[in-house]
Design a protein around this ligand. Sequence first.
Ligand SMILES: NC(=O)c1ccc[n+]([C@@H]2O[C@H](COP(=O)([O-])OP(=O)(O)OC[C@H]3O[C@@H](n4cnc5c(N)ncnc54)[C@H](OP(=O)(O)O)[C@@H]3O)[C@@H](O)[C@H]2O)c1
Length: 344
Amino acid sequence: MKAFTFKKYGEASVLNMQELPKPTPKSNEILVRVIATSVTAGDWRIRSGKPFAIRLFAGLFKPKNPVLGHEYAGVVEQVGEEVKGWKQGDKIFGGTGLESGTYSEYMLIDSDKAMEKIPEGVSFEEAAVVPVGYMTAYDFLKKVNVKPNMKVLIHGISGSVGSAILQLLKLENAHVTGVCSSKNANWVKRMGADKVIAYDLEDLESNLENYDLIVNAVGKTSFQELKHCLVSTGVYIAIDAAGSDYVDWAKGKILKDSRQIILGIGNQYQEDLSRIQKLLAKGFIRPHIDRIYTFEELPAAHDYVQKGRKAGNVAIRVENSDPFFSQSFSNSAQGFGLDTKVGS
Ligand SMILES: NC(=O)c1ccc[n+]([C@@H]2O[C@H](COP(=O)([O-])OP(=O)(O)OC[C@H]3O[C@@H](n4cnc5c(N)ncnc54)[C@H](OP(=O)(O)O)[C@@H]3O)[C@@H](O)[C@H]2O)c1
């Protein structure tokens, strides 16, 4: 089978296509024929080995796992003898958590990882880009008492996580303002944002109001920069925390600040993915896909994502012979967002 591997940290050119033996599942594992995967912001950071702290779990001197990739959509090829609930031919999608291994025509996944059936009408590419963005969004939002009409600011609303948070908040009828550049304003509004501040055309400061919840979704701001527009009982979520956010988090705990700071790593839970899958099936959420690359183009996809300007998600088509793929591909390629009035 073909797989992209990297043996050392560095530029996208360290990713090389290789022939590897097709693996055999252990008793609790599932062998998945990968149809689509993604390139996430985390993928290129791990590939580059920067910041250095990333190597504490990815491998100190060289990558522990030569096969990257953290989310997938595909078809169950074979199941281990103790696996329950899944059988050959099931179309599934899921996340690998802190492990990796989806840049491959076949991959093994522990059956206790979060995975779900791909709903009817959802393409493999769409399903493949859901787990990281939406499970992260869901895990952080669970820690907040989201109420109708709550005023929210999402700084970096056009990223994978930012746009997932937007869609989940609109289901609760929150009032969402997003910050992104003008090139992304239209699809973000179609996805349900009540107001967009285009940072390249407008003055951010003079457009800010008071918010009950502020989300730093792509690490281009901090609690220090935005705390003046957070209400006294408000919550600040840092998906990609600034260094000062950690200091402010610790200070807040010691001084018992009425404003709450939530940061850290979003965990992937089966029950969260099951709820997300139901929302997908009902058409209440849909990931925004910026580009779809072929498997061979994976290093180019890394270069693109590394620029930090992707709109929503970047999918990789690992295999394109499936009829379901060709039928739904045209939808994804248009990069549609949900023209939402969901929840209202
Ligand atoms: N904590 C966790 O568990 C967790 C989980 C997943 C991801 N993450 C992290 O979360 C971050 C976001 O990832 P992502 O995939 O959603 O997005 P991303 O690929 O890191 O960011 C892309 C988006 O950032 C926007 N952007 C760039 N500069 C901006 C600025 N100055 N102001 C506002 N927006 C700006 C771009 O929009 P424009 O082109 O319009 O500027 C683009 O849409 C990453 O650092 C990732 O590693 C953390």
